[in-house]
Design a protein around this ligand. Structure first.
Ligand SMILES: NC(=O)c1ccc[n+]([C@@H]2O[C@H](COP(=O)([O-])OP(=O)(O)OC[C@H]3O[C@@H](n4cnc5c(N)ncnc54)[C@H](O)[C@@H]3O)[C@@H](O)[C@H]2O)c1
Length: 353
């Protein structure tokens, strides 16, 4: 299982394009893709965006116009085939990832594929095999929490053995609001997937079974959504991980993980920044509104680590296997939900590891 790469240096805002820069195509320039274009243009050292593509040409043109030297390709496959592209960021919806990552593998291009690697385990497994057939490591999956300084520190604490053997994790993942199309299965596929990867990263072992339950829903939950969701993950080493997922709190973005180990506990995700006292008679820290603010450093480090490896023709960080394992756990989670909260075991094709 991949461990945390060392944090890479990040350039100051306004990094000038250099001769040997990695020339990057960004596919899908909605929220995440546009953010990655900005990051590549202004903060990542040794890489720059040169081509963007999006199903909506107007979106692609708007994003390209905001940065010097960025062209619009007719479609994502044309961007991948462009001879002036050295590496690719895939930030289209998950259902399109298999085709686009395969096209990158065929051209031998390093790719940063946003999570999920694909939306179900079979297609993720096909990518594990396709990458292996190239004889190179070419795919990094966008599980950015591995690059967050707090997650990396917690991982180091576990690996260093300072707190003794880990026993449990308590996780909370709360969003103020989600788009109207978000349903209860998307909570598992889009939100829980991060906790699944964090569990595998922090504990260094696979998730072997999952149970997903719905307690009484908040009365003002959006239509089609039972909120909150509770998940129980069991790991190969017999450890338990409980996860509360709330996606319509109206409060802010809160992600918290508490490790319970034989020799103590450790918690990450408490609010950071200045402790402010106001005329309301309360003292507190600001809650980040979304994951963009909460994980800003993690996204920057993730893309820098990817660019550094891609310049050497390879990739670092979360692998296709990590993407496949997470997809398998989430598929089992959806099966648990559909079965009314039954316990579902996770089956991984160990021969592909
Ligand atoms: N790592 C994270 O924290 C994180 C956070 C949010 C989203 N994501 C992931 O990033 C990806 C994009 O999510 P988003 O929130 O930016 O979505 P979005 O809807 O804002 O953007 C997706 C963009 O892709 C375009 N698109 C759709 N199909 C396309 C196709 N076939 N070819 C080219 N362009 C196409 C859309 O027009 C849109 O502009 C998803 O995989 C999502 O799960 C990751």
């Amino acid at each position: 299982m991949t461990t945390a790469p060392a944090a890479a240096a990040t350039a100051p805002a306004g990094t000038a394009p250099g001769e040997g820069d990695l020339r990057v195509a960004v596919l899908g320039v909605g929220m995440m893709g546009a953010d990655h274009v900005r990051r590549l243009a202004t903060r990542v050292v040794g890489a720059r965006p040169v081509v963007v593509a999006d199903a909506y040409a107007a979106t692609a043109h708007r994003v390209a116009a905001a940065h010097d030297g960025v062209r619009v390709a007719q479609d994502p496959l044309a961007a991948i085939a462009d001879p002036e592209v050295d590496a690719v960021v895939v930030a289209t919806p998950g259902s399109t990832h298999e085709e686009l990552v395969l096209a990158c593998l065929e051209r031998g291009l390093p790719v940063l594929c946003e999570k999920p690697l694909t939306t179900e385990p079979d297609s993720s497994l096909r990518l594990v095999h396709a990458e292996r057939a190239t004889g190179r490591r070419l795919v990094q999956v966008g599980f950015m929490r591995r690059f967050d300084e707090e997650y990396a520190a917690l991982r180091a604490l576990v690996a260093g053995g300072e707190l003794g053997a880990p026993l449990m994790l308590h996780c909370a993942h709360r969003n103020a609001a989600v788009p109207a199309h978000f349903d209860s299965e998307m909570v598992v596929l889009d939100s829980l997937v991060h906790e699944v990867d964090a569990t595998r990263f922090l504990l260094g072992e696979e998730v072997t079974a999952i149970t997903v339950l719905h307690p009484t829903s908040r009365r003002d939950a959006p239509a089609g959504l039972s909120d909150p969701t509770f998940a129980l993950l069991e790991t190969a080493g017999g450890r338990l991980v409980d996860v509360e997922l709330s996606v319509s709190t109206g409060v802010g973005y809160e992600v918290r993980t508490e490790l319970v180990a034989e020799g103590g506990t450790a918690m990450i995700g408490l609010d950071r920044g200045p402790l402010v006292a106001t005329s309301t008679g309360r003292r507190g820290r600001a809650i980040p509104p979304t994951f963009v603010e909460r994980f800003a450093q993690a996204y920057d480090t993730e893309v820098q680590v990817w660019a550094d490896a891609a310049r050497a023709g390879t990739t670092d960080g979360p692998t296709t296997w990590d993407g496949y394992a997470a997809a398998a756990v989430c598929a089992a989670g959806v099966a648990s939900l559909r079965g009314g909260g039954v316990r579902v075991e996770v089956e991984l094709d160990e021969e592909a590891r």
